[in-house]
Design a protein. Structure first.
Length: 412
């Protein structure tokens, strides 16, 4: 893969030549998301024309290199809340090449859904309706003792991943598993589900977030989809975002294997909290802006969400409350979350210091989406191009040596 430096040099060339990068459906320089609520404004100063050219051209060159072919999805890069690069490629019906993907095409977010679940719990915490230090059994009777809500949020509960144990549990796979079914199975089979004492070590488990969705329902008195609609989706005008249920089967975009064959619905496909939110890159940018704005959450709550909680093993990778992070040796912190469910591969990268956002959504099992984190080097010294790294959800996020070297001075 080319280094980030080469993309920056290419961007500088385009700026100097007075050219501008255009992509199908790209927004003009002076445009923002038209249906963002009035109270959600750009973060930081508007970009100058030169700065816009610089970031736009560098992003285009980067993604042209990463996805020379085979990408079926959407890409969005924003700086200071302004979209600097946007791309839509492929079809909703990937196998038959029908129905082009556009800015209103919702993708299964897979584990990016966890960011909504975590923030829903933290919203209830802010409102004094729960305490994340409470044991889960206070809200879900019969749940294994000793596990706190914070253990679930930080992936330190010691509980096995239901995606694995329910596949081998003798469950009738002709019947869809629900969150309530999963809770009952955990209560009935505690020795099989509890792998370690809570709080001892990090272990990424979808079970944690399926249980958090139930806690949201128990405390709020609303269903999980209703709570998200009322508190996040409707206020932020995230009009293309919803939580999947079986009634959405016809309208929801399928995902595809690398062979081009669609993934069929399976018995795990209606569990939510850990996955099952469908959304677009535009709506995710609204979510990003809302979190940055201070309108939805107090800063102390966001600081808790973005703090690392696992230090038993040395390394850059860590987990907050619903957010992955990289702790860069130079003191910087990269906040993000990836997703993978069936053929859905997703990335949501947030350079908090630089007010930059990188979003990729695809539905054809393209693992190269995880290489997009290298673009963070365009905005700050995140050192993503200097080493290989692996996605904690199991697949490589991209490999090869990229460049983290400094490039020419950025436009002001």
């Amino acid at each position: 893969m080319k280094t980030i430096l080469s993309y920056i040099l290419a961007a500088s060339f385009f700026v100097c030549c007075g050219q501008r990068s255009h992509q199908p459906g790209a927004l003009k320089h002076d445009s923002t998301l038209a249906n963002i609520p009035d109270s959600l404004t750009l973060v930081g100063k508007p970009l100058s024309k030169d700065a816009f050219h610089y970031y736009s051209a560098a992003s285009r060159h980067f993604f042209d290199s990463v996805f020379s072919r085979g990408f079926n999805g959407t890409i969005l890069v924003a700086k200071n809340g302004e979209i600097i690069y946007e791309r839509y490629s492929g079809f909703k019906d990937f196998r038959h090449r029908k129905d082009s993907i556009n800015e209103h095409t919702p993708f299964h977010l897979a584990s990016i859904s966890k960011t909504f679940t975590a923030m829903a719990v933290l919203k209830l915490w802010e409102e004094g309706k729960l305490d994340i230090h409470d044991q889960v059994s206070k809200y879900l009777a019969g749940f294994p003792e000793g596990v706190t809500i914070k253990n679930l949020l930080s992936q330190r509960s010691g509980l096995s991943n239901y995606v694995h144990f329910m596949d081998q549990a003798g469950w009738d796979k002709r019947k869809f598993l629900t969150n309530a079914d999963l809770l009952q199975y955990i209560i009935n089979h505690k020795p099989l589900v509890v792998r370690a004492l809570p709080g001892r070590h990090f272990e990424y488990s979808n079970t944690n977030y399926a249980m958090l969705a139930l806690i949201v329902e128990k405390v709020s008195g609303e269903t999980y989809p209703e709570f998200l609609q009322k508190n996040f989706f409707i206020p932020l005008k995230m009009e293309d975002t919803y939580v999947f249920n079986l009634s959405d089967t016809e309208r929801s975009m399928k995902s595809y294997k690398r062979t081009g064959h669609p993934y069929p619905l399976e018995f795990l496909d209606v569990v939510y909290g850990d996955k099952n939110i469908y959304s677009t890159a535009h709506d995710l940018l609204k979510w990003d802006l809302a979190l940055r704005s201070g309108l939805l959450f107090k800063q102390v709550t966001l600081d808790s969400a973005y703090s690392p909680y696992s230090f038993e093993k040395p390394g850059k990778r860590n987990y907050g409350l619903g957010w992955r992070m990289l702790l860069i040796p130079n003191g910087k912190k990269l906040i993000y979350h990836n997703g993978w469910w069936h053929g859905n591969r997703t990335v949501f990268v947030r350079c908090i210091d630089e007010q930059a956002t990188i979003i990729l959504l695809c539905n054809n099992d393209n693992t190269r989406v995880y290489a997009s984190k290298k673009l963070a080097d365009l905005f700050g010294n995140y050192q993503q191009g200097k080493e290989k790294y692996e996605d904690l959800e199991s697949d490589p996020e991209g490999s090869g040596s990229g460049g983290g070297e400094p490039g020419p001075a950025k436009p002001k």
